[in-house]
Unconditional design. Structure first.
Length: 229
């Protein structure tokens, strides 16, 4: 019998819950665990991205801002439900435009939330599998294993360098704005613009034959950066 037609899921579908309130997170994780889900909890956007990259998920429930939603959508087509105390139309539209599949306003009924989770999972079957290996030009990335090579040579990449390179390599030939990269890699943290420049410089030193004359990680003046295979 299809588990989605029964009273609860038989398989342990993976949910990632992003909630900065420990008490709320524990209560909701217990509720969802009782419905047959495997629940991992992250308190911050950074923790959420690391957990998703390491473990994947079939669906993400988050109470964070649009930066995390956009960062997750850049990585995967995973189902995303925003949980928020703001019920205004502008808030809902912003979340949906940043990639959310549904928007649930607090306070919500437990049965309603579980029903909405099931509805999104029906529309997004299998979309949250661990990220596949990505190859574009000389660069090959395995997000699940957190390994990277350039022309077969292993690269030693700290987490943020890996996430930045992954974001660019997933969009070959496409110019990504500075704000978009900051949202995706640093979850929209303010004051990280210079950090972005530093990380690009470090990546060029690792993947470019001549970092002073880059062929793959290019600056698009006034906009951002792009990766050319």
């Amino acid at each position: 019998m299809d588990p989605q037609t029964t009273g609860r899921y038989r398989a342990l579908l993976r949910l990632l819950l992003v909630d900065g309130d420990p008490q709320s997170a524990v209560a909701l994780a217990a509720l969802l665990g009782g419905e047959g889900f495997e629940v991992r909890v992250a308190a911050t956007a950074g923790d959420a991205l690391r957990t998703f990259d390491e473990h994947g998920a079939e669906l993400v429930l988050l109470d964070a801002g649009p930066g995390l939603c956009r960062a997750l959508r850049t990585r995967s087509a995973v189902g995303i439900i925003v949980l928020s105390g703001c019920g205004g139309e502008d808030d809902k539209v912003a979340a949906l435009e940043h990639g959310a599949d549904d928007y649930v306003t607090r306070p919500y009924g437990q049965r309603e939330l579980v029903a909405r989770i099931r509805a999104v999972l029906r529309r997004t079957p299998g979309r949250g599998a661990r990220p596949a290996v990505i190859s574009a030009g000389p660069v090959r990335l395995d997000p699940a294993a957190h390994t990277a090579t350039v022309t077969g040579r292993p690269l030693d990449l700290p987490l943020k360098e890996f996430q930045l390179l992954e974001t660019l390599v997933r969009n070959p030939g496409r110019t990504l704005g500075r704000d978009q990269l900051l949202e995706t890699v640093w979850a929209g943290a303010a004051g990280e613009s210079n950090t972005l420049n530093v990380h690009i410089k470090r990546l060029r030193a690792k993947i470019e034959p001549d970092p002073a004359a880059p062929r793959h990680l290019l600056t698009v003046r006034g906009i951002g950066f792009k990766y050319l295979p």
